[in-house]
Write a protein that binds this ligand. Structure first.
Ligand code: 4AD
Length: 455
């Protein structure tokens, strides 16, 4: 009852508080600040209260003493409530630890939005060891957790790093359409939609559009959602993922491979050097080893030998033979055993897409590449493109695709063709590798996969 009488009042004689985000606490030591955020952790003990405040840019430990620690409002605080807090930021004395090595001595605070207690309490909604599908139902809340939010921050840093690399290499960013009428990676994973009475699809890859940009804009890239109606539940397949794709004109296959090595090495370097991303990778993936150029290169045909020598069977449980797909399980075993990034090259025509250029020295195989990373497997797929008009038309027919819908794609080969190639990187796959996540689902804000399109 006594507690009820204590009300929180601001001491008007104190210096005016400076409004800051928690990312800037180090620049404001000794200053009276006003910070706003969510109660991430809360501990009340005799005459003392500890609030760990979170605002997305960082965390700070706030100390409540005296009346502030005793009053009813404080005792009714809950996790995830929003508060405005004023006080002075101090360096922690030796031997104590808190985020950033500082604490905020609170002199005044206000509740902005009180979160529920009891049954509806945040800790009941998002339990760390809960069933993954229950956590996915509560994704809007689960995102506030330390690991998921850390991955999302690394994701942002990664996309910045990619754009920086492409800018340095002179590639221009474009935004191709998501609603399309052509397939790129096979009919079995197409999401069909009704487009004003016509059949259309959600794009599987922006590649064909990027190819049309080369004559207009030079080398290009895009960061665009791709959609795949994958039927199987695997830890590395999403129905919607962020596809980083680029297309380079007047190059040869070897140029494509060295470009890919540089791309991966540099973006990792940039992310590790970043003040936000770097420390988070150390936290999420302490044993991460940055890749070194040049990467190991391995021909498909030699991968088959390796798999057969190591007793890893194909999907029918037999020895691998030329033309077999190296499915996820076998690919993972090989990559994890070898333990370094691999550029797996020269896949057979019959297991790759229609647009791939055949090797001049062996027309059974293509100028194609998959980049394989330990613990994840394939993170990138690319190739040189068939640039001869008639050969491309024949390939489209061979695959049983409707030539008419590809008129714009084949037309380019008539109006000044050139050798060119490109690739697609799965953002969530690179993140799973960088952040050591078990599944790409942990690397997407709101993952979509078979049976899940909410929240
Ligand atoms: O190997 P894919 O299918 O290649 C293409 O789409 C080419 N047209 C790209 C190009 O050359 N422009 O896909 C490329 C990458 C894969 O290596 C993988 O990282 C990712 O996209 N990916 C997926 N990521 C998550 N979920 C899925 N269902 C994915 N399918 C492909």
């Amino acid at each position: 009852a006594e507690m009820d009488l204590i009300s929180i009042k601001e001491d008007e004689s104190l210096p005016e508080a400076k409004k800051i985000k928690l990312g800037k606490i180090q620049d404001n030591i000794g200053t009276r600040v006003v910070v706003q955020g969510w109660i991430h952790r809360l501990r009340l003990q005799k005459g003392l209260g500890f609030i760990t405040l979170r605002d997305g840019t960082g965390f700070i430990q706030c100390i409540l003493t005296g009346d502030l620690a005793k009053c009813k409002t404080t005792h009714e605080l809950t996790l995830e409530s929003t508060v405005t807090i004023k006080g002075v930021i101090n360096k922690l004395p030796e031997g104590k630890s808190a985020p950033g090595g500082v604490e905020l001595k609170v002199d005044y605070y206000e509740v902005v939005g009180l979160a529920p207690s009891g049954e509806e309490a945040f800790s009941n909604k998002v339990q760390e060891n809960a069933d993954p599908s229950l956590l996915l139902d509560q994704r809007h809340l689960a995102l506030r957790g330390e690991s998921l939010s850390a991955v999302m921050k690394v994701r942002s840093t990664l996309l910045q790093a990619i754009r920086r690399f492409f800018a340095e290499e002179g590639l221009l960013e474009v935004t191709p359409p998501c609603m399309v009428q052509t397939q790129v990676e096979g009919g079995s994973t197409l999401f069909k939609m009704d487009y004003y009475g016509e059949e259309a699809y959600l794009t599987q890859s922006s590649q064909l559009y990027l190819e049309t940009c080369l004559p207009a804009l030079g080398d290009v890239f895009c960061v665009q959602e791709s959609f795949r109606a994958e039927k199987s539940h695997t830890r590395r397949h999403l129905s919607e993922y962020t596809h980083i794709e680029s297309e380079l004109g007047f190059i040869e296959f070897d140029d494509l491979l060295t470009h890919l090595e540089r791309l991966i090495t540099y973006i990792v370097k940039y992310v590790l050097e970043d003040p936000v991303g770097g420390p988070l990778i150390k936290q999420l993936n302490p044993n991460f080893v940055p890749p070194q150029m040049p990467f190991k290169r391995m021909e498909y045909i030699h991968a088959l030998d390796w798999l057969n020598e190591h007793g890893i069977p194909n999907e029918d449980g037999e020895k691998f033979k030329f033309g077999d797909d190296i499915a996820e399980a076998a690919e993972r075993k090989m990559t994890d055993t070898i333990g370094v990034p691999i550029l797996l090259i020269r896949f057979p025509v019959e297991i790759k897409s229609f647009y791939m250029q055949k090797c001049a020295d062996d027309p059974r195989v293509t100028e194609s590449v998959d980049v394989l990373m330990p613990n994840v497997g394939e993170i990138t797929g690319g190739s040189m493109r068939t640039y001869d008009h008639d050969e491309l038309v024949a390939a489209i027919k061979r695959e049983g695709l409707d030539l008419d819908s590809y008129y714009w794609f084949t037309d380019q080969r008539k109006y000044g063709t050139c050798p060119h190639g490109g690739y697609g990187l799965g953002t969530e796959r690179i993140l799973a590798w960088l952040c050591d996540r078990f599944t790409v689902r942990d690397c997407s804000l709101y993952p979509r996969f078979t049976g899940r399109c909410k929240p």
